[in-house]
Ligand binder design. Sequence first.
Ligand SMILES: [Zn+2]
Length: 320
Amino acid sequence: MNDVSSATPVAPARRGLARRKFAPTLLAALGAAGAVGTASTQAQAQQQDMSEVVIETIELEDDLFVLFGRGGNIGLSVGEDGAFLIDDQFAPLTEKILAAVAATTDEPVRWVLNTHWHGDHTGGNENLGKAGAMIVAHENVYRRMNPAEFGELAGRSSQAPPAALPVVSFDHSIHFHWNGRHIQVAHIPTAHTDGDAIVHFPRANVFHMGDTFFNGRYPFVDVDSGGDIDGVIAAANFVLEGSDADTRIIPGHGPLASPEDLRAYRDMLETVRLRVAGLAAAGQTEDETVAARPTEDLDATWGSNPERFVRAVYRGVERR
Ligand SMILES: [Zn+2]
């Protein structure tokens, strides 16, 4: 799912003079036919033609960017240490994403941080891992991408190829000191999934929230992967507490956001949660709660298909 920002994309100034040494290595890794992927990512590519996808780059600072394409929005820090990527969309887009990275830096991608396991955020892992990037994610992302070893956590995921798996995983938080920045990554338990990471660039006053934030629409809460509405609300509050009026927030989907956008989203989440909890407490079943249309007055603003959201909220509050 993509939703290209209404903000005006800018062409970032290319730094350095030489072509990136990285490119030929990557092209070799990709093979003569171009982008390759696993059986599952190839199946995704067949379902979704990526040939028309354009990667748009928006500059947040002169060495910090957000890339919009198809799938989860990408964060990008560049500098003398190398490119640091947050999520990598789909395998067939790797070459286009790397071209967008190369427009900002001559350095290769050294790190890929996955905000969670979903294929529209990790689909480029195998290509980038083979090209030498170190992949980092929460421990539950590693487990969900590796059901051969952790079948009880598999959810809807399938086995990822070895090169796509994280080589570093963390439980609660991890900090990078990279490109002259402190990049702070925090795990929010049971939110969009059970492996969500929120990334904070304190000096730039920028957050990347992964899919704990769908800007302008009802979120997908992946209950089958350990997601829960209360964790999504907690994620929004976590970022709002660390924000001021100038904070910029990269959502997993939707355009670049302000704290005001996030506050409106958080308020909507709390409203729907309260209503659904009230219906559940009154003995309504999940189907009856959907039929009661608890989001009717909100749908014009937040989306035309609220049923999936209401069902996910119900499954969360029902467990309380
Ligand atoms: Zn997701």
